[in-house]
Design a protein around this ligand. Structure first.
Ligand code: SAM
Length: 289
């Protein structure tokens, strides 16, 4: 174990998570320029849907919001909160509180500043923590979500067990994840692991891990086709701004982003799907009931 910041009082962050943290420390500013403050894919209803990328991203957030029915006085745990935009949207739309965790210190600072700027800092807070080792007591949250953070988790089972521990029995968990649904060559899997720092286990494995952690799966949606335009639009934005972006963020970081898009599209072409999963914590699981 090591700490991401070396600062006393900060949560220990495990080694694989530290690699992901370094990548986000290096790329978040660029990703925000290209993607906006939602560090996740957009959702389009079909080939004729010409919704812009920003709105399509909010739409995916809203699909998550709809799946975790909380209200004032309740609290959502946001596992992998990015720079906090989805958490702020959740808080605005539901009146509930949110605690977001991320392993990237710069994201904690940016998300905290965004909560303050939005006047929501009294009920939306962000902390540096590894989702696989949460610094929270049992049974403290009424719902949780993980919006595009699961693919980075080197031990999804540990993250789900931790979620079960800190959620009250009967709580809803919504997450998006990638899964293997066809052939992925050794090279494709290595690219996902080494360039994107993600893995894509078979869909059945996620269901087994959810069950083992005490969750009943309520819904599994394959939204691969509805989200795919994100990489196309991101590639266009990268190409259009390549010179300026390389000047601001370094050619290597811009090149890394372009390669990540290629790796993702290549995997989806042969055997990777993007899933939206909703599950409920069984009454007997988690901490004290
Ligand atoms: C693709 S971004 C999504 C961010 C945010 N959910 C959003 O939609 O804007 C993935 C996020 O997962 C976080 N993350 C990755 N591994 C993590 C871990 N082990 N513990 C906590 N957060 C993690 C990253 O720091 C990043 O904030």
């Amino acid at each position: 174990m090591t700490t991401a910041t070396g600062e006393p009082g900060m949560t220990d962050i495990s080694e694989p998570a530290t690699d992901v943290a370094r990548m986000y420390e290096r790329t978040t500013a660029l990703v925000e320029v290209i993607w906006g403050p939602n560090l996740h894919f957009g959702y389009w209803t079909g080939p004729d849907d010409d919704t812009g990328k920003d709105l399509a991203q909010e739409r995916l957030t809203d699909m998550m919001v709809e799946r975790v029915p909380l209200g004032p006085g309740q609290r959502l745990l946001d596992l992998g909160c990015g720079v906090g935009h989805p958490a702020l949207r959740f808080a605005r739309r539901t009146g509930a509180g949110v605690v977001g965790v991320t392993i990237a210190p710069g994201q904690v600072r940016a998300a905290t500043a965004a909560a303050r700027a939005a006047g929501l800092h009294d009920r939306v807070a962000f902390e540096l923590a590894d989702a696989a080792a949460l610094p929270f007591p049992d049974d403290g949250f009424d719902g949780a979500w993980a919006l595009e953070s699961m693919p980075h988790m080197s031990d999804r089972g540990a993250v789900l067990r931790e979620a079960a521990r800190v959620l009250r029995p009967g709580s809803t968990l919504a997450l998006t994840d990638v899964a293997r649904c066809g052939p992925l060559s050794e090279r494709q899997q290595r690219d996902l692991r080494e360039r994107m720092l993600i893995t894509a286990p078979p869909r059945s494995e996620l269901a087994e891990l959810l069950d083992a952690a005490g969750f009943d799966v309520l819904e599994v949606l394959d939204i691969t086709r509805s989200t795919l335009r994100t990489t196309e639009l991101t590639r266009q934005a990268l190409e259009a701004g390549a010179v300026e972006l390389s000047g601001r963020y370094g050619a290597e970081t811009v090149e890394h982003m372009a390669r990540v898009l290629d790796v993702y599209d290549d995997a989806v072409r042969t055997g990777m799907e993007y899933l939206l999963v909703t599950a409920r914590l069984r009454p007997a699981a988690g901490g004290a009931s």
